[in-house]
Ligand binder design. Structure first.
Ligand SMILES: Cc1cc2nc3c(=O)[nH]c(=O)nc-3n(C[C@H](O)[C@H](O)[C@H](O)COP(=O)(O)OP(=O)(O)OC[C@H]3O[C@@H](n4cnc5c(N)ncnc54)[C@H](O)[C@@H]3O)c2cc1C
Ligand SMILES: *[C@@H]1O[C@H](CO)[C@@H](O)[C@H](O)[C@H]1NC(C)=O
Ligand SMILES: *[C@@H]1O[C@H](CO)[C@@H](O)[C@H](O)[C@H]1NC(C)=O
Ligand SMILES: *[C@@H]1O[C@H](CO)[C@@H](O)[C@H](O)[C@H]1NC(C)=O
Ligand SMILES: *[C@@H]1O[C@H](CO)[C@@H](O)[C@H](O)[C@H]1NC(C)=O
Ligand SMILES: *[C@@H]1O[C@H](CO)[C@@H](O)[C@H](O)[C@H]1NC(C)=O
Ligand SMILES: *[C@@H]1O[C@H](CO)[C@@H](O)[C@H](O)[C@H]1NC(C)=O
Ligand SMILES: *[C@@H]1O[C@H](CO)[C@@H](O)[C@H](O)[C@H]1NC(C)=O
Length: 574
């Protein structure tokens, strides 16, 4: 296999880093509190037990450990010294690794869209595209958070894991194209969420090394924290408190050998179990523990603890639609750096020189169709014989991957308004539950997509972007290339008179910002306490009613810190 140009760039990058004395393993911290679950006792006691060492779980554990004893249980391994996680150019590699030890666990929603969930300490922040941006102050007000503590918590996160990205030529052209397309004003580099075009933050540092929520464990008090890796929680354990009301008091988990361990809360009215297992993991674990819709749990022979029909409801995934634009010029490897925040409810973002959709598609998947529709479109129709097409396809397939250069401009539907639901498939917590997102069920979501795609067209046709596109690849050809690529499991079709609504539905992908399942107001209260049982909270993206900011991770990390501070201040009040 020939090395793709972007792999060459990545290798050159790595050489550069080596030369300057950086390497992932050198930067790996030596957390004295982190161990393999195989070495854990079969029985232990803590003030707080957190299930899921992800984007919210890590900052939460680091904070609580300041003034209490904390156990953090993560089913995956350590993110350190794994170049599929640490290096930006490996974004697609981690997502296409479907082995049991991969930090990414693939799932396919009932909608037919290929998706991914994290399975590693640091969670989604270890496998995501790195874009870092805050929620709007209106969002913060609307959900009822304390604005000042929110800002302090964002800063606490940013001090360790957020950076200004170095903009290459291709991202700069997208930025200028957005402004030409009328997504104004240009707000420069900022973490803030305001209308117009901006350069956002990133968790990749200037050397291209990823920083993750696991780095926030640097803030932990090592004597207050135990982090167990390869610790898969099977159940939350409940005690009866009187009047039939249940109280969470422990968890059972298994290590990598399958051996069973239990951890319980120490005596103390303030002690709690906190679930931070993510939008798929948290509702799944609640159901496996007997908290969920009674009939569904009964069908799986799970003993009912609390009939809570809202667990697993309100699942949403923001639809993403992208257009791939082959480039005559070399482009930099970039993930999301520039974003257009429109006033019609869609966000425009872009990535270049990268196996962006990781397993669902690659630039090659898009471009291999171009002999049929691209180059040959400049040949008079009569000469476009089957033989000529066949030869061109063969030629393209044999090309160096260097030829497959270009980038994606994508559009994310805000919100979204459409919702779905999650159900158990099995009683094994390591299996994916079944999830349905109902993309574009609400016509307003579809309208936002159409307007987003129309904006992408304006960017591609802008003067600023012209050097990164082939003139002969007209807009219908670009759309056909996208519609022909294996982006999802839906049937493929395209014709130039097809309304953009059909294009949106047929080429829908995920931007991996799925959320819900344990929403505030339905499953948990404003303090993230589970309604109907005691000593149990859920703190992660499963609690959102709406995805915050243009991209959620900043707010998920912030929430871990924010709730940690709130919980400690309740604990220390008398
Ligand atoms: C490919 C991809 C790209 C993305 N790009 C961006 C981006 O550029 N910018 C952005 O802001 N957001 C991005 N996101 C979204 C963002 O990363 C997620 O919204 C966020 O990480 C979710 O955090 P969480 O804490 O809710 O869940 P997670 O971070 O997934 O944490 C849940 C943790 O719980 C663990 N767990 C689950 N079940 C159990 C169990 N039973 N026992 C023990 N442990 C368990 C999991 O292994 C995981 O580590 C992306 C996401 C993905 C997947
Ligand atoms: C990490 O720290 C532990 C104790 O804190 C020590 O025993 C171990 O040798 C250290 N490992 C490395 C690689 O520094
Ligand atoms: C921990 O407790 C000390 C006092 O005991 C207090 O000064 C400090 O602010 C607390 N930390 C947090 C994060 O609440
Ligand atoms: C990185 O991902 C590739 C698959 O994309 C896999 O073959 C390889 O083993 C992974 N490397 C690590 C260190 O996990
Ligand atoms: C929080 O910071 C944002 C800027 O990021 C600012 O607009 C907002 O007013 C601040 N809120 C508070 C309560 O200080
Ligand atoms: C943890 O222990 C299991 C079982 O002994 C082993 O397979 C796994 O490789 C260990 N992981 C680490 C990170 O040490
Ligand atoms: C539930 O238990 C019944 C009776 O033991 C059994 O027939 C059924 O297959 C079980 N269902 C599941 C999903 O395990
Ligand atoms: C779209 O591309 C496919 C090849 O992927 C081709 O067969 C088809 O004719 C094209 N359709 C149009 C309308 O260009």
């Amino acid at each position: 296999m020939s090395l793709g140009w972007w792999r060459l760039v990545a290798a050159a990058f790595a050489g550069f880093l080596f030369f300057h004395g950086f390497s992932a393993s050198e930067k790996a911290p030596n957390y004295s509190f982190m161990q393999n679950a195989t070495s854990a006792p079969t029985l232990s006691y803590y003030d707080y037990i957190i299930v899921g060492g992800g984007t919210a779980g890590c900052p939460l554990a680091a904070t609580l450990s300041q003034n209490a004893t904390v156990l953090l249980l993560e089913r995956g391994g350590s993110p350190y010294s794994n170049s599929n996680i640490t290096s930006m150019a490996s974004f697609g590699a981690a997502l296409s690794d479907i082995s049991r030890s991969s930090p990414s666990q693939r799932f396919i929603s009932e909608d037919g869209v290929i998706n991914a969930r994290a399975r590693v300490l640091g969670g989604g922040s270890c496998i995501n595209a790195g874009f870092y941006t805050r929620a709007a102050p209106e969002y913060v007000r609307h959900v009822g958070w304390d604005g000042q503590l929110v800002n302090e918590s964002y800063q606490w996160v940013e001090k360790l894991v957020a950076f200004e990205p170095p903009l290459g030529m291709w991202q700069s052209a997208v930025r200028d194209g957005l402004v030409e397309a009328g997504v104004v004003p240009f707000n420069g580099f900022t973490y803030d969420h305001t209308y117009g075009t901006k350069v956002g933050g990133t968790i990749f540092d200037q050397q291209g090394n990823r920083h993750t929520a696991a780095d926030l464990l640097d803030y932990a008090n090592p004597s207050g924290l135990t982090v167990l890796l390869h610790a898969s929680v099977h159940k939350i354990l409940f005690a009866i408190k009187g009047k039939g009301r249940r109280k969470a008091h422990g968890v059972s988990f298994r290590d990598a050998t399958g051996a069973k361990h239990k951890a319980y809360l120490k005596e103390g009215s303030k002690n709690e179990i906190i679930i931070s297992a993510g939008a798929l993991g948290s509702p799944q674990l609640l159901m496996l523990s007997g908290v969920g819709p009674a009939a569904h749990l009964k069908a799986h022979n799970i003993t009912l603890v609390l009939d809570q029909p809202q667990v697993g409801q309100g699942m949403s995934d923001n639809p993403m639609n992208a257009v791939f634009i082959p480039s005559p010029l070399p482009v930099e490897v970039s993930l999301i750096q520039v974003v257009g925040i429109t006033d019609f409810g869609s966000y425009i973002e872009a990535a270049s020189g990268e196996n962006f959709a990781g397993g669902a598609s690659s630039p090659r998947d898009y471009v291999k169709f171009s002999p049929q529709i691209g180059q040959l479109s400049t040949v008079p129709p009569k000469q476009r014989t089957q033989e000529a097409i066949g030869k061109a396809v063969e030629y393209m397939n044999n090309l160096e991957e260097a030829a497959f250069r270009g980038g994606f401009i994508l559009e994310k539907v805000m919100g979204p308004i459409s919702t779905g639901h999650l159900e158990l498939r099995t009683r094994n917590p390591n299996d994916n539950p079944s999830v349905t997102f109902n993309y574009f069920k609400d016509p307003r979501d579809l309208q936002r997509c159409v307007q987003g795609i129309q904006t992408i067209k304006k960017i591609i046709e802008s003067k600023s972007f012209s050097k990164f596109r082939y003139d002969y690849l007209s807009w219908p050809i670009l759309l056909n290339m996208t519609a022909s690529a294996p982006l999802n499991l839906l049937p493929k079709h395209y014709n130039p008179s097809m309304p953009l609504e059909e294009f949106c539905k047929g080429t829908v992908m995920t931007i991996w910002h799925y959320h819900g399942g344990c929403q505030v107001g339905k499953v948990v209260d404003l303090d993230h306490k589970l309604l109907g049982v005691d000593a149990l909270r859920v703190i992660d993206g499963s609690t959102f009613n709406y995805s915050p900011g243009t991209n959620p991770q900043a707010t998920v990390m912030m929430l871990g810190r924010y709730m940690g501070v709130k919980i400690l201040s309740e604990r220390l009040a008398n």
